[in-house]
Design a protein around this ligand. Structure first.
Ligand SMILES: *Cc1c(COP(=O)(O)O)cnc(C)c1O
Length: 400
């Protein structure tokens, strides 16, 4: 391949060091022009210069023909994303466009999926509707068969708890199937699903990679150049490449991703630990939070080692997720809490941005538990977020 920047380490997943390098985020797209990427919204490019009868090859990411295939700012973004995801990254117009493209790529005989982000279930049903053969949907805990695609989301919507990636990798590989991991809630440096046996990784880039709630992007990461080429060709013909302006905004965002995500993870985990201590009976209190209001906090950091010996702390080597859930004792509390908060945006269908968000989950999925509130933690001062939560919890418990 002509583009040396897209070449990544070919060592085995276990022997590689996985980290989110600030140097890669800041300089990973060097060699293709200025330090800050220029805004470019060009679509057709001049491909054949006078006197050069050969023209260019569409697969060369440095030579652009038509922005449905590639263009400079998107290729720059993909160079950085390939490095920081330790694989080969291809970008899409949205997370769901990436999810759909993965289905087209894997052509599964059956799909094993349980719970998780509602939109992915929608993408799967849209995909299966368009097929002539039945593509049954089975549960993650059912027996797997050859040709299955195991679709694993971890950490998981809406609870914020983790699943054992290695366990599902072993289970699906034993029958010759593939493991697809939706790692949106666990971006680098929090976890690296390839290390635990994933075959393909999805990120909804609008969440932590973008971090500023202002662009749309989906990312698929694969392990070989050959798979990248296949995805690239499919994308060229499905026409679902990420837009130029979004690519430009994403480069801007990536420069600080390591600072944002680590901070969000640390603040989120601190809040989780603090709130979990307030799960006390009515009449008691913890640090000013009245008891009897919160009945459970859901988060990877609170998960105990399970029967298979799984504990999320090894899998989430770079920090726990910055997204978690709390279960309240009354529906009225869950309805009021997000609105009683000053430093959290409401209602929040998205997550992962620099601003904290809170939503009663039933607002985004009517089938969910009305007592559940989901919180995404941003980069505000954690002391302010605590004060805000404490005050709001006191107010709702008094019916203010
Ligand atoms: C947001 C999200 C998606 C979908 O991504 P879009 O960019 O909104 O299309 C998929 N999976 C998870 C876990 C998400 O949070």
């Amino acid at each position: 391949m002509p583009n040396a920047c897209l070449r990544v380490n070919s060592m085995s997943p276990q022997s590689q060091t996985y980290q989110l390098s600030g140097t890669h985020l800041v300089h990973g797209d060097r060699g293709s022009g200025s330090e800050a990427a220029p805004i470019s919204v060009a679509s057709p490019f001049r491909t054949v210069s006078h006197g050069d009868p050969k023209g260019v090859e569409a697969m060369d990411p440095d030579k652009h023909i038509y922005s449905r295939y590639s263009q400079d700012v998107t290729s720059r973004v993909e160079q950085i994303l390939s490095k920081v995801n330790h694989g080969y990254a291809v970008t899409y117009a949205s997370g769901l466009a990436a999810a759909f493209s993965a289905l087209v790529h894997f052509k599964p005989k059956r799909i094993a999926i349980s719970r998780g982000y509602t939109g992915c279930h929608g993408a799967i049903s849209t995909y299966t509707k368009g097929r002539f053969v039945d593509t049954p949907i089975v549960d993650l805990d059912d027996e797997f068969q050859e040709g299955d695609l195991c679709w694993l989301e971890s950490p998981l919507h809406p609870t914020g708890e983790s699943r054992n990636i290695q366990y599902y990798a072993d289970k699906i590989h034993a029958v010759g199937g593939k493991l697809f991991v939706d790692s949106t809630l666990g971006p680098p440096p929090l976890q690296y699903p390839f290390k635990w046996g994933a075959d393909c990784v999805l990120h909804s880039g609008i969440k932590y990679f973008a971090g500023h709630s202002d662009l749309f992007c989906g990312i698929l990461v694969v392990k070989t150049e050959d798979e990248r080429k296949q995805l690239w060709h499919d994308r060229a013909h499905m026409g679902n490449i990420m837009g130029s302006m979004d690519s430009w905004l994403l480069i801007r965002s990536l420069r600080t991703m390591h600072l944002r995500v680590s901070r969000q993870s640390a603040s989120g985990t601190e809040l989780v630990q603090w709130l979990s201590r307030a799960v006390v009976p009515e009449g008691q209190e913890y640090d000013g939070i009245p008891g009897g209001v919160i009945t459970k906090v859901g988060h990877s950091s609170l998960q105990e080692t399970d029967a298979n010996g799984f504990n999320p702390s090894a899998q989430m080597e770079g920090g726990f997720n910055a997204y978690f859930s709390i279960l309240l004792s009354k529906e009225e509390y869950a309805e009021k809490l997000p609105h009683a908060l000053d430093h959290f945006h409401v209602p929040a269908t998205s997550l992962g941005g620099v601003e904290s968000l809170a939503v009663q989950h039933i607002r985004t999925d009517p089938k969910e538990n009305p007592l559940l509130v989901c919180l995404s933690i941003g980069v505000e001062e954690v002391a302010d977020l605590k004060n805000d939560l404490r005050r709001a919890l006191v107010e709702i418990s008094k019916g203010i």
